[in-house]
Design a binder for this molecule. Sequence first.
Ligand code: PGA
Length: 258
Amino acid sequence: MSRRPVIAGNWKMHNLQQDAVDLTNGVMQSLREIDKAALPEVIIAPTFTSLYAANKALKDCGCGKVRLAAQNCYYEEKGAFTGECSVQMLKDTGCEYIIIGHSERRQYFGETDEMVNKKAKAILANGLVPIICCGESLEQREAGVTDYHIASQITKALRDLTAQEVAKSIIAYEPIWAIGTGKTCDSTEANRVIAMIRNVVKSLYDANTADSIRILYGGSVKPETIKEQMAQSDIDGALVGGASLKVDSFSQIVKGAM
Ligand code: PGA
C-alpha cells in the first residue's frame, strides 16, 4: 500500500491576515514549478481570523496545490458556546482538515481524549479530515510509559469510529519534548512509535485500515531532518510548527518529502 505523503504547516498563534496572505502566496509561488501529482498533500493551518483571507488567496491562485486546515474546532453544530467555531463554520471557510488534540490544546486549554473523540466524530460526519495529535511528555518517556500512553490516546480518540472513517484520518505523533525545542526525535525512534500506532489501529480495526491511515511525525521538523524522516518505513509526512512560518523552510520541507 502506498500512502500519499502529507506535509502540514501548523502556524499556531502567528500571523495577522496580511502576513497569512503573504505566506500563503509565497508557499504557492515556491511550488509553482512542481507538478501537482508529484507533490505531497500540502496543508496550511492559519489561525481562525486568517482562514478566510488564506482561503481567498488559495482560490485566487487556483493551482489546488495547497489545502486549508483549522487548528481546532468545537464538536457541537451551533448554540450558546461563546468563543467556539463549529466544524460546519470551518468547512464554510474552506477548511478540509482540522487539527485536534494538539499537546498545546491539551496542556493549556484542557482538551481531553473524550473531547478529541467527539471532535473527530464531528469532523468526519461533515466530510472533513481530522489530524489527530498524540504524544508523550519527557516525564512519561523517562518513566517508560510512552507506548502505553500513546496507545491509550489513540484508542480513546478513535472510539466508535468506523474503519472507513479511520482509514481516511490522519494521526500526528508529536513527542511533547520535541515541540518547539529544536530537539528532533531520533528518526528510527519516531518510526518505531509510529509503527506501534499503526499496530494499535490494526488491532482495533484491520490490516487494511492500518495500511491506509497516514501517520505523521511532528516536533522540530526542519529542512535538514525531513529526508531521513521520510525514508522511514512508517512515517508518512510531517506536522511542522516553527519551520512552516517561513516560505523557504516550509517549501524545502515539502520538496524534501517528495
Ligand atoms: P515545531 O511544532 O515544529 O515548532 O516543533 C510542531 C507542532 O507543534 O505541531
